[in-house]
Design a protein around this ligand. Structure first.
Ligand code: PRX
Length: 644
């Protein structure tokens, strides 16, 4: 464990929104009286009918039920747009920076109002109603935010699918959400390359059906249009009014579904509702990033992930911020791109992922140093544990030793940040997400579920609800209860391991379930395995993660072929591209090892612990292999370990 401490810089200690003293006072209040604390904080957003009930939550595994502000009514789009119009109609809401550095756009709150209203009217015109699901499969263009807010405006539930997912993965998500409308673009552009989004939608819709597809023009590339089903968004947009009233939504009405990977089965449709989610996104965006009026705030995530939902769209816009949306990648056209964007748009806060930091670190200091970055005030990290070397580089080279780094731990299911430094309140330790946010009660539990005290290590649970918590999994409340509330009854199980040190700081050690984190993207090993066994030559597959210098974790697949099929290099390559096609490029295995047999217990369970150790090259610590049905397979696996 890294021992270094970076004390709170003096100007931060004196001027931040939350000082050390205020953090302690408010945290204690939120812990002693969660209802009192959230009753006050809930008022930070605008309500149509105010709530009188604050919290009604139950973590009992047989009766999980989570409600916040349940008798209040509001609208998320109204909070992100309308309530700012009087005071900041001409302020820029979204700065869009294209993949090509010569392209950018600035959209004011008034323009945002008109664009979102038009989009909402187009949806309405085509019959989209309150509670309907709308799948959004768009690149990082402003229309992605317009479409999300348009759904929120009329009470439809959006399900954003990351543009890097395959037609197969998209089809699964359209089907699970029973979504009849898909919003896409002709093509996406990233790092100078085009991504055939509409073509992917067409392929997905050969497997599942949708009534209507809206196509936003991004490149003007050639695409097929199916008459009666496909509509050009620009044409539709012209036919509707630029004003659309917002719907009055209950606090507990669904706002969005977002699919994420779990340790078993197909991806889970995490469901977030309106009031509590927005309160959480808003308060964390303001206090974790010490957001000030006039700041230019840049979160580099894609809107296809929860980070993009909470910290590109809902958090910043509900706070009336200027949020930057970047279409491109960190190394295009040059490895200075991030820093050039910072200088071009006078960015004050940069929130990015360890994998990007490590990639840029590998390119050396010069590409950073040739830029100014003088407008930056604060740096953030999210998505996976940040290794102390990357943290130190981010701090010393990017931040020139003067900028605090907020290492924010949270999940799709938590809606907003739960563990993170507040920059004016908490001294930093590289690699630690430090302390809980207000109202968050983390605990560490031991092997038998006992709560551990003091400095300790174990599994991370949260003992009580917070407003931004997911309410259920779309269409499967039983799986929701099973996944998060059965392991430690009465507590929410995060799926992460953590250590708490003697100062009460939390250090997230990574997933303890069969989920791997590749470049900050969450993938279920079971999903990759089922993609592999769908190949006609594969009889069995087991996938594990292993440490990877750039990606955090790499994907290592053990594959058993059908009887009589000879392993060869071309087949290895074919399997890698097969997984790419089935799930998407983010799921491509980094290593494929052909294994005549997998280590199984006598009852047939694959011993992943052993597979993980072999992938890591840790042959000395395999542990007891005598309980295996066939201990001899281990020697063979070690002998033929793939190069990683
Ligand atoms: O393992 C943790 C890791 O990412 C998981 C959540 O992934 P996802 O739902 O895709 O959301 C990512 C963005 C919030 C967690 O269970 N994780 C996320 N942030 C951190 C982290 N691990 C360590 N430190 C973090 N700051």
């Amino acid at each position: 464990m890294h021992k270094k401490i970076y004390e709170i810089p003096e100007d931060w200690a004196d001027h931040a929104l939350v000082s050390a003293e205020r953090y302690q006072r408010l945290y204690d209040f939120s812990f002693r009286d969660p209802e009192g604390f959230w009753s006050e904080q809930g008022r930070r957003i605008s309500w149509i009918a105010p709530y009188t009930i604050v919290k009604d939550t139950r973590f009992d595994p047989h009766k999980v039920s989570i409600k916040w502000f349940e008798d209040g009514t509001t609208n998320a789009a109204m909070n992100c747009i309308d309530r700012h119009l009087l005071t900041r109609g001409d302020q820029v809401a979204i700065i869009w920076e294209g993949d090509d550095p010569s392209q950018s756009r600035r959209i004011t709150y008034r323009e945002l109002y008109e664009e979102v209203s038009r989009f909402a009217n187009v949806l309405k015109k085509h019959g989209v109603r309150r509670g309907d699901r709308v799948t959004i499969y768009l690149p990082m263009i402003p229309e992605a935010a317009f479409a999300m807010l348009a759904c929120a405006r009329i009470g439809a539930i959006h399900s954003v699918v990351f543009g890097g997912f395959s037609p197969e993965a998209l089809a699964g998500r359209i089907e699970d959400a029973r979504s009849e409308v898909v919003i896409t673009a002709d093509e996406g552009v990233r790092g100078g390359k085009r991504i055939p989004l509409k073509e992917n939608v067409d392929k997905a819709l050969t497997r599942v059906s949708a009534k209507t597809v809206f196509v936003v023009t991004r490149t003007g590339g050639e695409i097929g249009m199916e008459k009666g089903r496909d509509f050009r968004y620009e044409e539709e947009r012209e036919s509707v009014s630029a004003h659309c009233p917002y719907a009055e939504m209950g606090a507990e009405d669904p706002l969005f579904i977002l699919y994420t990977s779990g340790s078993t089965g197909k991806p889970k449709g995490v469901l977030h509702t309106t009031g509590g989610y927005l309160v959480q996104a808003s308060i964390t965006h303001e206090l974790v990033f010490d957001y000030r009026d006039g700041d230019v705030y840049w979160c580099t995530a894609d809107v296809g992930w929860v980070t993009g939902h909470s910290y590109i769209v809902y958090g910043p816009l509900s706070n009336g911020a200027t949020t930057l949306m970047f279409e491109g990648v960190p190394n295009y056209p040059t490895v200075s791109r991030f820093w050039e964007v910072v200088d071009k748009h006078a960015v004050n806060t940069l929130y990015t992922a360890p994998t990007a930091i490590r990639a840029l670190m590998a390119a050396g200091e010069e590409p950073v140093k040739r830029t100014s970055r003088k407008t930056l005030r604060l740096l953030g990290s999210v998505g996976e544990p940040i290794n102390p070397e990357a943290w130190e580089w981010y701090h010393r080279v990017v931040g020139e030793g003067r900028l605090p780094i907020v290492d924010t731990w949270w999940q799709t299911e938590t809606g907003g940040v739960l563990i993170s430094p507040l920059p004016g309140a908490i001294a930093l330790k590289p690699g630690s997400a430090t302390k809980p946010f207000f109202g968050v009660v983390p605990e560490i539990v031991g092997p038998t579920g006992e709560v551990l005290h003091g400095a300790c290590e174990g599994n991370l649970v949260i003992a009580d609800s917070w407003p931004g918590q997911a309410r259920t999994l779309w269409g499967d409340h039983e799986r929701f209860a099973q996944t998060y509330f059965h392991a430690y009854p009465g507590k929410y199980f995060t799926g992460d391991g953590a250590r708490r040190d003697e100062d009460g700081y939390y250090w997230i050690t990574g997933r303890v379930d069969d989920v791997i984190n590749v470049s900050g993207h969450r993938l279920g090993t079971a999903e990759i395995e089922s993609a592999l066994v769908a190949h006609e030559l594969v009889s069995e597959a087991a996938v594990v993660g292993y440490p990877h210098d750039l990606k955090g974790q790499g994907i290592y697949a053990y594959v058993t072929l059908m009887q009589g099929v000879e392993p060869h290099d071309a087949l290895r390559k074919e399997l890698v591209s097969w997984v790419r096609r089935e799930i998407g490029p983010i799921a491509s295995p980094d290593a494929v090892q052909f294994a005549p047999g997998l280590p199984k217990t006598r009852s047939g369970k694959i011993m992943r612990r052993i597979l993980r150790k072999i992938a890591e090259g840790e042959f000395g610590t395999l542990g007891d292999t005598s309980t295996l049905a066939d201990p001899a397979v281990v020697g063979d696996l070690i002998k033929h370990r793939a190069e990683v």
